[in-house]
Design a protein around this ligand. Sequence first.
Ligand SMILES: [Zn+2]
Length: 125
Amino acid sequence: MKIEFKKVPTTKKELETSFNSVKIEGTFCRISSSLVKIEANLKGIIDIDCSRCGSSEPFSLDEQLKLLLSDGVYKGDDEEFLVIEIENSLIDFDEIIESELNSIKSDYHICKNCLEDNQLFEKEF
Ligand SMILES: [Zn+2]
């Protein structure tokens, strides 16, 4: 889903859009002429590669998203919200989901098999 920046309402509106099998559910609203606030959850099932053995396994996502979308360069400083600068005054939710997924996938993740190996390892020694 894509939406023009200036078309985002200034009162909180329900947000529900999906990309592949991952869904964003929550609210969004425009809090200034150049800032849109999103409070939502990212839900779905994605395949994540194990950081140790490299095999992928399905991972059930339920991540809280707190985003500030800035139309152009963001000069402020925010600790609670992750700031994303967007281009062309166009919000592309597919792109936002995709980049969130990429950052989740790049996190350290250990698959069930490796976790079991770890436990065996600890028992043996
Ligand atoms: Zn593994």
